[in-house]
Design a protein around this ligand. Sequence first.
Ligand code: NAP
Length: 353
Amino acid sequence: MSHLISSLFPTTRNKTLFFMMAAGVKNIVFKNGAKMPIVGFGTWQNSDESMDESIDAALEAGYRHIDTAYLYGNEAAIGRALKRWFDSGRLKREDLFIVTKLPVVGYQPDRVEKYLKRSLKALQLKYVDLYLIHQPWGLIETGENMLPMDESGNLLHDTTIDHVALWKAMEAQVDAGRTLNIGLSNFNSRQIKRVFQSARIPPSNLQVELHVYFQQRELVAFCDALDITVCAYAPLASPTMIPAFAPLGGDVDSIPRLSPLTEPVVVKIAEKHGKTSAQVLLRHIVQRGISVIPKSSNPDRIRQNIQIFDFNLDDEDVKQLDALDRGSQCRLFSGNIHKGMDKHPEYSFNEPY
Ligand code: NAP
């Protein structure tokens, strides 16, 4: 059967879409057969105070994939909320797909186990479903400070990191059963290829910024060829990222001001289908076989963001949405938004894709 599917649908993306269409299943399928729900719940900037309500709303609405990171500082709040659900018998661990990320100060191989164990403790889990290297550039570990900076506010880079050695430590976490899958985030194609070529366990997933103004066509095709699935972060173009970064002292003026929710083309298509702009934007990505992880702290919007399986964007809609792509000039998370970020030798966004 899998051979038949492979010959009919030679690429991961087509195989993914086949599974979605054939079974009505809202998952993307990794090369090793693991299934990741195609809509996940993003949690960056979701405060501890709102976490219980947000996780309840998300799980009640049908989300089974939650995205967090050591850096977000919210794993313990998520862990408490999940424990309530497990204790009440409403969900079992295996019903969920939990993603977290190695912090940027953990990129020496001997630190990976420590940080993953800390994440697991905070999440009150024995394993995560996917562990990602948060970004390709790393920082010097100085105590518990996750964003160490010098007196001028420049990030303190660890320039000795080696992705190949780091990946071996990631693979060891799979061997130890602490994560079922491993992947990358914010890596460019050259960096992905280097890891991929040396990997015993290839990356299952790449998490990158991807939205209607920055559709990442080349990078998605590159991943497709390697059977690496893609997850889109900032799928609504992260409307509150500027206030989040402003206090860090970086160059927030360089961040493009994007408003896809009020983009006339999007609004018109939303009206046509009786859906919201957010639903159209998320559906556009999901129809490409790419996972989305929209964040919201608002129960109504949390519910709205997963109600995208009861309509279909037709060819004309897709053509108009595809045409909104402006490429990397609309990349939000880049450059000097953290002072000195783009000076690291492994800073990934100077290359075409
Ligand atoms: P996003 O999901 O594109 O946008 C979130 C923002 O949109 C929030 O301010 C939210 O406000 C608003 N929003 C959500 N649903 C809406 C709707 N239906 N209508 C109108 N507004 C809506 O941006 P993001 O949070 O930056 O990215 C999503 C997730 O990706 C993150 O939470 C995180 O898990 C992950 N991420 C990963 C990386 C990485 O480096 N790997 C980087 C950034 C993000 P309300 O809360 O008020 O609804």
